[in-house]
Design a binder for this molecule. Structure first.
Ligand code: SF4
Length: 293
């Protein structure tokens, strides 16, 4: 599908133009999500996009799906609720590095541990953009931020390693420069039956680039081009050539029981019968409320 057709089909015209700064990579990541959805042929009615707060989280408002623009750091709990109440939905979380790994860090590791079938697309721009240029847990050590004018002394997470250690069963990374790879790994993540993370490396030339003298958006894109290599090529690099390079593509994939399917078994057991998921009667929260409990 051509770009114009994708825009007409998947975006809400009334919400455009977007608010992102010139040169921001968030539009490229959002476009990659739409292309991945289109590639998989997912129904808009059966897809939910949930976001938290921050520059990247504005993406949910622009997209014409069942969307939730939730609270800071709470995108994953909202997504968990959506998935548990309607397991047939494809649930995608759009979140930033501050949103997902600081305020929402606890939610992130526990969703990974549960292996709930949601896809987290983490827009990693290395900084809190919208809230004022503060450093996040993914800001590289010694980088400047409004909260670290002399450079942060904290070591940053490798979010892909954290996700894997916490129990995620699909972990991938790509950049806004390598768009075809980004589309491909997002599509694979959505198709995966379990908790999936895609770390999308994206440029923030304003809040991160300016403070750290990274040049403009094209320079930051060139850095992505020169720093990220596909996992297979990275593995072949001699040790001394790996300095400053990062692997991308699908970094890890495994199978494990998926949370909503396990939860269906609990419901079936509580209802005293084993039955297929389609016949599970989920508690209706409105009915519970009517009952006063
Ligand atoms: Fe993008 Fe950074 Fe501007 Fe936010 S502050 S819209 S992340 S360039």
């Amino acid at each position: 599908m051509e770009t114009q057709e994708l825009i007409e089909k998947y975006f809400r015209p009334g919400r455009l133009p977007h608010i992102w700064c010139p040169g921001c990579g968030n539009g490229i990541v959002t476009g990659a999500i739409v292309k991945a959805i289109d590639k998989l042929g997912l129904s808009q009615d059966e897809t939910s996009i949930v976001s938290g707060i921050g520059c990247s989280s504005r993406s949910s408002g622009y997209l014409d799906f069942n969307t939730v623009h939730s609270a800071h750091g709470r995108a994953i709990p909202f997504a968990t609720g959506v998935k548990l109440s309607e397991p047939k939905l494809n649930v995608i979380v759009c979140t930033g590095d501050g949103d997902a790994t600081a305020i929402g860090g606890n939610h992130f590791i526990h969703a990974a541990r549960r292996n709930i079938n949601i896809t987290v697309v983490l827009f990693n721009n290395n900084i809190y953009g919208m809230t004022g240029g503060q450093y996040s847990p993914l800001t590289p050590t010694h980088s400047k931020a409004t909260t670290a004018p002399y450079g942060t002394i904290e070591r940053s997470f490798d979010i892909t390693e954290l996700a894997k250690a916490a129990g995620a069963t699909f972990v991938a990374r790509a950049t806004t420069y390598h768009t075809p790879v980004l589309v491909d790994v997002i599509a694979k993540a959505i198709a995966h039956d379990g908790f999936s993370l895609v770390e999308a490396i994206t440029a923030c030339p304003i809040s991160f680039g300016r403070q750290n003298k990274k040049g403009g958006a094209p320079d930051m894109m060139k850095w992505q081009r020169d720093s990220f290599v596909l996992q297979a090529a990275f593995d072949k690099l001699p040790e001394d050539k790996r300095e400053g390079k990062f692997p991308m593509g699908v970094l890890y994939q495994a199978e494990a029981p998926e949370y909503t399917k396990e939860y269906d078994k609990v419901i079936a057991a509580a209802q005293g019968t084993a039955r297929p998921a389609a016949q599970i009667i989920r508690p209706n929260t409105c009915e519970l409320e009517k009952g006063g409990n």
